[in-house]
Design a binder for this molecule. Structure first.
Ligand code: CA
Length: 240
């Protein structure tokens, strides 16, 4: 094993590559250097994995099935500050410029040398990530990503309506704080036509619990404060 000046143990890298052989080779190589490596093999899978997998960097093959690689890059860049190193088979200058314009942190033409890829990963990580105030809210297994509007529990995406999402994100942003149904109507529903009916809140909380909670009658996250309203708190895993 080569000696490295940087401890990579805490870095998580997503390798997005549809070719199984080069994906495995890249993964094994990076693991030798101590990176924790995840994999994806198509465009939608890459976006999903990147949004829930807590990665520090993505190595993105531009030729992925399911979604155009530049579209994947554009969305990654729009939705997160996650550094991206693009791998592409196309070496033209116009292609390189387009990819860099889309916000790639670095760029390599395939077939690329794995030692060089690792060096570039290290360089990008060392530059440090301009971590914007995170759009992610994390409470244990629950991850709420405000930029992508995705919610995952234990790595599984949970389908929420936009209002359910806003309600959950609003509550989870201020854990332990109690909000009345009127507060929630004002903040989450604003001036929409449902804003006057507190039963709307009750019903949305009920549906959120059904979708998120292992046992909706004994919620882990969404708690009723009798006579007052609701609060978000992480009470930890249910013990059977
Ligand atoms: Ca490919």
């Amino acid at each position: 094993m080569g000696s490295v000046s940087l401890s990579n143990d805490d870095y998580r890298v997503l390798v997005a590559e549809d070719d199984p052989a080069s994906r495995a080779a890249t993964r094994l190589f990076l693991q030798r250097f101590g990176y924790r490596v995840g994999e994806s093999q198509d465009g939608p899978g890459t976006l999903r994995e990147a949004s829930v997998g807590r990665y520090d960097l993505v190595v993105l093959d531009l030729g992925l099935p399911g979604l155009d690689g530049e579209e994947v890059l554009g969305r990654l860049r729009r939705d997160s500050a996650l550094p991206v190193i693009v791998l592409t088979g196309r070496a033209e200058e116009s292609e390189r410029i387009r990819v860099l314009d889309l916000g790639a942190d670095d760029y390599m033409v395939k077939p690329c040398s794995l030692p060089e890829l690792e060096a570039r990963i290290r360089a990008v990580l060392r530059r440090g990530q301009p971590v914007q105030p995170s759009s992610r809210i994390e409470h244990g297994d629950l991850v709420i990503d405000r930029s992508t509007h995705r919610v995952a529990v234990d790595g599984e995406i949970v389908e929420l309506t936009p209002k359910e999402f806003h309600l959950l994100a609003f509550l989870a942003e201020s854990p332990d704080q109690v909000f009345s149904r009127e507060d929630l109507l004002e903040h989450v529903w604003g001036s929409t036509q449902e804003w006057q009916d507190p039963a709307t809140v009750t019903e949305h909380i009920r549906r959120l619990r059904l979708k998120l909670e292992v046992d909706p009658s004994t919620p882990r996250w969404l708690h009723t404060v009798r006579g007052v309203g609701y609060r978000f708190a992480d009470m930890g895993r249910h013990t059977p």
